[in-house]
Write a protein that binds this ligand. Structure first.
Ligand code: FE
Length: 232
């Protein structure tokens, strides 16, 4: 009569011991945070202009040459981009394009590239609108069409890229490229870009040295670097 409780107690002890396996929790592998690719900071040397430029065709901003130029950009912003007069030759409604160069165009081939930045924190501004217009190599504007006129938006990193020719001088004006820049939902600024080592800079009343591009010769092309810095 006393064996039954002993056997029951033994059975319960064995059952509890066998069932006491630890629960396993699967620990998720830590996710590696996607770190942004650093943009090399390269000071582009200013190069004196010469006449040995070899024209090269660049089909789009996605080809290797363009990609190399974009990799060389440095998102630095020291001062606000000065505003300048629009002048008499602006035409609204330019086509969206970053290649203003056309086959057969005379003049020295030029790439202009840089960032559009917010002075507050020097942050790149993706989706900023830029509208460029300029004279041709002879100093003549197309005032009936859109030759050498075009607008574009900065890419996801706040960069722009323009393929064009170096504009010619016209009476009273040194070489310059007109531009309007507007951040998303922001105010439009109007300005102009100039080139280094141009003697006519000294006799142009509108010229502002703060708007001189950094110019270098790269693979036979002139490449101009300029960052537009806006206050938002
Ligand atoms: Fe002009």
């Amino acid at each position: 009569m006393q064996k039954f409780p002993f056997l029951l107690l033994s059975f319960l002890l064995v059952s509890c011991t066998l069932g006491a396996e630890p629960l396993e929790f699967s620990t998720p592998a830590p996710q590696s945070a996607a770190s942004p690719t650093p943009v090399p900071v390269t000071a582009a040397p200013t190069t004196a202009r010469g006449s040995n430029s070899t024209p090269t065709t660049i089909s789009s901003a996605s080809d290797p040459f363009s990609a190399n130029v974009l990799q060389l950009l440095s998102p630095g912003c020291s001062t606000l981009t000065p505003q300048q007069t629009e002048g008499p030759y602006y035409t609204a409604g330019s086509p969206e394009r970053n290649v203003l160069y056309e086959d057969g165009m005379t003049g020295e081939k030029l790439i202009v590239a840089g960032y559009v930045l917010d002075l507050n924190g020097c942050q790149p501004i993706p989706g900023a609108w830029l509208d460029f217009w300029q004279a041709d190599a002879s100093g003549v504007y197309d005032n009936s069409g859109y030759t050498l006129r075009g607008h574009q938006l900065t890419d996801s990193q706040g960069r722009y890229f323009l393929e064009t020719v170096i504009p010619g001088e016209y009476p009273g004006r040194t070489e310059h490229i007109h531009v309007k820049v507007r951040p998303p939902n922001g105010e439009t600024i109007t300005s102009q870009l100039y080139f280094p080592n141009v003697s006519a800079n000294n006799s142009d009343d509108i010229f502002d040295p703060a708007l001189i591009v950094t110019l270098e010769s790269r693979e036979g092309l002139y490449v101009a670097y300029y960052n537009f810095v806006l206050a938002r």
